[in-house]
Ligand binder design. Structure first.
Ligand code: DQQ
Length: 478
């Protein structure tokens, strides 16, 4: 039997773990996956997450909880939801949050078994930013309200918003042909929900089998749908397995139908899934994702916390594609700037004081005539993670083969440079066990985790043709 009291008591009894990343969200102890309920409430940003506190593996899903004022310094809060009711006893799955006149509303998927079959329905809990009460009317949006043939077993991960007094809810689903789709519901009171439409669908059955974790919002002068399909087949743009996608398109509000025009992968690295967004008080659209791949685990066995969130990223549109930049608040944590302007690189080299495991470093390549350029980080004699731009092939290569892992998991990911610029910039953000590399001001991002020993903190630059490059590095200090 799972209860909130048991979960919070267990967490309280664990020794404080100083090995956690400095500014990426993790649980105090135990497993986390998808970000949930990412929302602004009473002037603070709340983040919940899929959580199993008792072990470093997935288990009956709770909602862990943290909050922040600046997306960098997070305060751990008690677990907010446990699967302790008949309508969610098989798990409190992913969902979203919203500030309303009634309080802080969390909408999540409650799993229950009916005649031995799993049912997924949407449930509501309302709270004050610390304690949350599940509604007695739960579940409030049911799979059986969906049209004939739509899955009631795969109907999850609600995202809600409000407009002109109406609440809107989108959730992941499968149609009768087993294709992923997003369904739309509306309500005026958060308790009575009506099915409205299929917001978006994988008409040809080419984009995985189930579309998880939708988010839907206007961005600049267009609409964006984020969703994370399961079981995709690799193409030039996508990799095998679970991908996090963005789609840009038109929204017919009247009909509740989104028509996608462009589709792309959110993150070109190895570890990124299930992102969701909020709008800040100053109207920025901020996205956070789970910085982990479902299929590739390699955490050290004795580490009690499992998995982390990405750095929150500011989204915008440029020439019709998605731009992601590290949240600007990170600049407040910059210290010890080192600037090396217009250096020459021939062979492998290091730069004095350009090292560390919590840093924000921008590398700009000024030359245009070279074959490849490699940055290695988290490096000592026997370990490193490397990021190479193969100019001839117009290809990036992220390689964590030598980060000390003992499992044969995906270690290399290659992706083309999508938008060429006269100069290539790579902004590398390290936080102990992760790297997020933002290309050309956020045109592409490569995220990966690695568990190289923390004293492996060297950084090197390598080119076998003469290359002119500049480096600006800040330590990230709290
Ligand atoms: N993880 C949750 C589900 C969601 C999946 C369960 C995506 O709600 O569909 O932990 O990672």
């Amino acid at each position: 039997m799972q209860t909130l009291e048991k979960a919070n008591q267990y967490i309280k009894e664990q020794p404080e773990d100083h090995s956690r990343p400095l500014f990426h969200v993790t649980a105090p102890t135990g497993w986390i996956n998808d970000p949930n309920g990412f929302s602004l409430y009473q002037g603070e940003y709340h983040l919940f997450y899929q959580h199993y506190p008792y072990k470093d593996v997935w288990g009956p899903m709770h909602w862990g909880h943290a909050k922040t004022k600046d997306f960098i310094t997070w305060e751990d809060l008690p677990v907010a939801l446990a699967p302790d009711q008949p309508f969610d006893e098989e798990g409190c799955f992913s969902g979203s949050g919203l500030e309303t006149p009634e309080g802080h509303v969390l909408v999540y998927t409650g799993l229950r078994k009916v005649n031995g079959e799993i049912e997924q329905n949407q449930c509501v809990a309302i709270g004050d930013g610390l304690h949350y009460q599940k509604l007695s009317e739960n579940p409030v949006a049911l799979g059986k309200q969906l049209p004939e043939g739509f899955s009631t077993e795969h109907f999850r991960d609600p995202k809600i918003w409000e407009k002109d007094g109406t609440y809107y809810l989108v959730a992941g689903n499968k149609n009768a042909d087993n294709h992923g789709q997003i369904v739309l519901f509306t309500s005026t009171n958060l308790r009575d929900w009506q099915y409205k439409s299929v917001l978006a669908c994988d008409e040809k059955g080419e984009i995985g089998v189930m579309w998880e974790c939708p988010d839907f919002f206007p961005l600049d002068d267009t609409y964006v749908l984020l969703t994370s399909p399961q079981d995709m087949v690799a193409t030039e743009e996508f990799h095998n397995g679970n991908n996090a996608l963005w789609m840009r398109g038109r929204f017919d509000e009247e009909k509740g139908v989104f028509t996608k025009e462009v589709i792309g992968e959110v993150d070109d690295g190895i570890d990124f899934y299930a992102p969701q967004t909020l709008e800040t008080a100053d109207h920025r659209r901020i996205m956070i994702g789970w910085m982990q791949s479902w299929d590739n685990f390699m955490k050290p066995a004795d580490q009690k916390w499992a998995n982390m969130m990405s750095l929150p990223r500011e989204l915008s549109m440029k020439d019709g594609h998605l731009i992601q930049k590290p949240v600007r608040e990170i600049n407040q944590y910059h210290q010890n700037v080192m600037v090396y302007a217009h250096q020459q690189c021939l062979g492998e080299m290091q730069l004095p004081y350009v090292k560390g495991r919590c840093l924000d470093m921008t590398v700009t390549i000024h030359s245009s005539n070279y074959h490849e350029f490699t940055i290695q980080f988290a490096k000592d004699k026997s370990h490193h993670v490397s990021f190479t731009y193969h100019k001839d092939k117009n290809m990036f290569e992220l390689d964590r083969s030598y980060c000390g892992m003992i499992r044969d998991v995906v270690a290399i990911r290659r992706k083309a440079l999508k938008v060429p610029y006269p100069e290539l910039t790579m902004r590398v953000i390290l936080d102990r066990y992760s790297a997020e590399i933002f290309i050309n001001g956020g045109e592409q991002v490569f995220s990966t985790t690695f568990y190289t020993p923390l004293d492996a903190e060297d950084i090197s630059f390598t080119s076998y043709d003469q290359v002119e490059f500049s480096v600006v590095k800040y330590d990230l200090v709290k």
